[in-house]
Design a protein around this ligand. Structure first.
Ligand code: PAF
Length: 281
C-alpha cells in the first residue's frame, strides 16, 4: 500500500494500472477513518482490481464557524485501516496541491442542495461537488463509493455525475452503527461521555418513526412530531432539522406514499450529528 501526496504521481500510477486493464475503485474521505469507511473500502475491494482512498480535509466545504481546524487527523492510524480493509493507494494531497492560489472554478448542483444540510450549511455542497469533481478527474475511477449516512451528499453526487456525464458509477453503502445504534462518524470523537450517551437520541428517534411507519402512520406531520418529541426529551440535544422528503427529489412531502428519506441533524453540545433512513412503500 502506498501513500502519494501529489497529483502527477497518483495519475502516473493509476494510468499504469489502467493500461494493464485493471479496474479502479475509489473511496473519497476526509480521514480519521472508522468502520463506516472500512466498509466502503471493503466493498470497493470486492468489485475492483485496485482501490484508491483519498484522505483530504477539504477546506472549501467548511463554513467560517465550522470545525475545519479541529477536524481530527491521524494519517498513521488511517493507513493501517486502509491497508487492512484492502486499499492499494492513499492519495493524501496538501490543500495547496488541490487549490492553487488563483483557484477560481467551482461546481454547483442546484435544487437538490436547497434543503436539509444544504440550507443549514451554505456553500457546503459547492465545496463537496468541486472537490469530488477534482478527485474524479485525478483518479478517473470506474466506481466510487459513498456512505448512505450522508444521504443528501450521495443524492447530489449521483445527480452531478449524471448531469455532467462524468464516467464513474456511484455506489451507495449502508450506514454502519455502533452496537447501541449511534451512526459511526469521525465527529463522534468530539463527544464527551455524557454527550456520547445523549447522542443515542438520534437513532432512538428514528427507530420510533420507523415503528410508526410500520404500523401504518402516513402523515409526515405526525412522524415529524414523534421524532421531535423524542429529540426534545434529551436536554443536551438541540435540533437543527428534522425533514421528511421524497428520496429522489429531496422535496418535503405531507403524505407518505412513495419512497421517502427521513433525515435529521442535531447538535449534541457543540457537535453536529446527522442520521437518516429511507422508507419504501
Ligand atoms: O463525505 C466526506 O467525507 C466528504 O464530504 C468527501 C466526499 C470526502 C468530500 O470532501
Amino acid at each position: 500500500m502506498q501513500i502519494v501526496n501529489n497529483i502527477s504521481d497518483v495519475r502516473k500510477i493509476i494510468k499504469q494500472w489502467q493500461r494493464e486493464g485493471l479496474s479502479v475503485g475509489f473511496v473519497p474521505t476526509m480521514g480519521y477513518l472508522h468502520e463506516g469507511h472500512a466498509s466502503l473500502i471493503e466493498a470497493a475491494n470486492k468489485e475492483n482490481a485496485k482501490v484508491v482512498v483519498s484522505i483530504f480535509v477539504n477546506p472549501i466545504q467548511f463554513g467560517p464557524k465550522e470545525d475545519l481546524d479541529k477536524y481530527p487527523r491521524d494519517l498513521e492510524r488511517d493507513s493501517k485501516i486502509v491497508e487492512t480493509s484492502g486499499g492499494d493507494l492513499i492519495f493524501n494531497p496538501s490543500p495547496s496541491e488541490m487549490y492553487t492560489e488563483d483557484f477560481s472554478s467551482f461546481v454547483e448542483v442546484n435544487s437538490l442542495t436547497d434543503g436539509l444540510c444544504g440550507a443549514k450549511r451554505p456553500g457546503h455542497f459547492k465545496g463537496v461537488c468541486t472537490v469530488v469533481t477534482k478527485l474524479f478527474n485525478i483518479v478517473t475511477p470506474d466506481k466510487a463509493y459513498f456512505g448512505e449516512k450522508d444521504a443528501q451528499q450521495l443524492a447530489v453526487i449521483k445527480k452531478m455525475v449524471r448531469d455532467l456525464n462524468i464516467p464513474v458509477e456511484i455506489i451507495g453503502c449502508p450506514i454502519i452503527r455502533e452496537n447501541d445504534g449511534l451512526a459511526k462518524s469521525s465527529r463522534n470523537v468530539y463527544l464527551n461521555s455524557e454527550e456520547r450517551a445523549a447522542a443515542l437520541v438520534l437513532s432512538k428517534s428514528l427507530e420510533k418513526a420507523k415503528e410508526a411507519l410500520k404500523s401504518g402512520e402516513r402523515s409526515s406531520e405526525k412522524i415529524r412530531d414523534i421524532i421531535m418529541g423524542t429529540l426534545s426529551s434529551e436536554p443536551l440535544a438541540q435540533i437543527d432539522y428534522v425533514e421528511i422528503v421524497d428520496s429522489i427529489s429531496l422535496t418535503s412531502i405531507d403524505y407518505i406514499e412513495n419512497s421517502i428519506l427521513i433525515a435529521i441533524a442535531v447538535f449534541i453540545g457543540k457537535t453536529r450529528l446527522i442520521d437518516n433512513f429511507t422508507f419504501k412503500l
